[in-house]
Design a protein around this ligand. Structure first.
Ligand SMILES: Cc1ncc(C[n+]2csc(CCOP(=O)(O)OP(=O)(O)O)c2C)c(N)n1
Ligand SMILES: [Mg+2]
Length: 371
């Protein structure tokens, strides 16, 4: 792509326009896979809505909603092979879902239960990373290890997710620079949702696109319409193929910038109405990835009103069951918060844990719950 264009959306890969009409080459997906993609997106949206309402009712802690970002998350995750790895930020609930992390486990994490970070065997997903961009060098290191370890020259790929704000962090530069130099099997997936809390994309960087930052590291950068799931699938699939088995003279890593929008607040602790206009939100809602894919599927006679109603009903039940399972899980003992920081507690952490145990014994747990 031409990365020196001033228009940040110039050169963006698209397959579906906002009406769900095909405007580019569609990826090779079966009817079954397309319907699975649609259902996962509906499930993610319903989960997100219910999670926000759980927080509002005092049934869960702070939660970062992802409505609007389902297209980028579900489609990119579906492009991965079973053995590939995902290194997420804190907003990738739908990526995790597609990769086999149960909704119940995601809820447990946001309810403050450390067991929510423990992946089931065979689920190749790292725990949530809250410090911005800190997961990027981890992803590079892991991909480098995959490359050093594999015998046949086709290492498993590592897809690292982060936001537009993360591209201003030193960790972003270090991770991508290293990936270029050591030619690691990485896909760096930037969910450019236009905002880093209250900082708009225009104040994040003077670069015309985030994708063009890859130029500085010597590998390919591609900008995709992140609210077009078919385009996202296509570019992720291509990037993964290159990460595993590049053509001669081609570097393995890719930076994907998926242009999209977060419809809701940054987290349930944020009020976006103080820094952005409703008109902007409405403008982006017209690009909503779910009705867009739905129109395409209806056009191909893969969906009709009855099938949509069935999907909505099954999604509702699946989310309700996950909430019930998470809420009926016995609460963890408060002392467990010290246990998973390091494999072995440091002396300082041990001292804190002991002091906490002493205070609980002297004053009782109720004293800690008072405002
Ligand atoms: C190193 C670091 N600095 C600051 C914060 C506080 N913080 C949390 S989210 C966020 C904005 C991140 O924006 P972006 O990377 O665009 O991701 P998004 O939340 O939009 O998905 C900031 C500054 C943090 N978590 N970590
Ligand atoms: Mg952002």
């Amino acid at each position: 792509m031409s990365t020196l264009e001033r228009d940040p959306r110039e050169g963006e890969v698209r397959v579906l326009d906002e009406n769900g009409d095909v405007v580019g080459d569609a990826p090779d997906l079966s009817a079954e896979e397309l319907l699975a993609m649609y259902r996962q997106m509906k499930l993610a949206r319903r989960f997100d809505t219910r999670a926000v309402s759980l927080q509002r009712q005092g049934r869960m802690g702070t939660f970062p909603p992802m409505s609007g970002q389902e297209g980028a998350q579900v489609a990119s995750a579906m492009a991965l092979a079973d053995d590939d790895w995902v290194v997420p930020s804190y907003r990738e609930h739908a990526v995790s879902l597609v990769r086999g992390v149960s909704l119940e486990r995601t809820l447990l994490y946001w309810m403050g239960d450390e067991r929510g970070s423990r992946m089931a065997d065979g689920v190749n997903v790292f725990p949530v990373a809250v410090p911005i961009a800190s997961q990027i060098p981890h992803a590079t290191g892991m991909a480098w290890a995959n490359k050093l370890r594999n015998d046949d020259g086709t290492p498993d790929a590592v897809v690292c997710y982060f936001g537009d704000g993360a591209t201003s962090e030193g960790d972003f530069h270090e991770g991508l620079n290293f990936a270029g130099v050591f030619d690691t099997p990485n896909v760096f997936f930037c969910n450019n949702n236009q905002w880093a809390i209250s900082v708009p994309r225009s104040k994040q960087t003077a670069s015309a696109t985030l994708a063009q930052k890859a130029d500085a590291y010597g590998f390919e950068g591609v900008q995709v319409d992140g609210m077009d799931p078919l385009a996202v699938y296509k570019v992720t699939e291509e990037a993964l193929a290159k990460a595993r088995d590049p053509d001669k003279g081609e570097l393995r890593p890719t930076l994907i910038e998926a242009v999209q929008y977060r419809f809701g607040a940054h987290t349930t602790a944020d009020d976006p109405s103080v820094y952005r206009e409703d008109a902007e939100v409405e403008e982006w809602k017209a690009k909503d990835p779910i009705p867009r894919l739905e129109r395409y599927l209806r056009g191909r006679d893969l969906l009709d009103d009855d099938r949509v109603a069935d999907i909505e009903e099954s999604v509702e039940t699946e989310v309700a069951d996950a909430i019930e399972a998470a809420e009926s899980t016995t609460r963890p003992d408060p002392s467990s918060m010290f246990e998973h920081v390091y494999e072995e507690m440091t002396p300082e952490l041990r001292a804190q844990a002991e002091r906490f145990a002493d205070l609980r014994e002297r004053y009782g747990d109720e004293a800690f719950l008072d405002d």
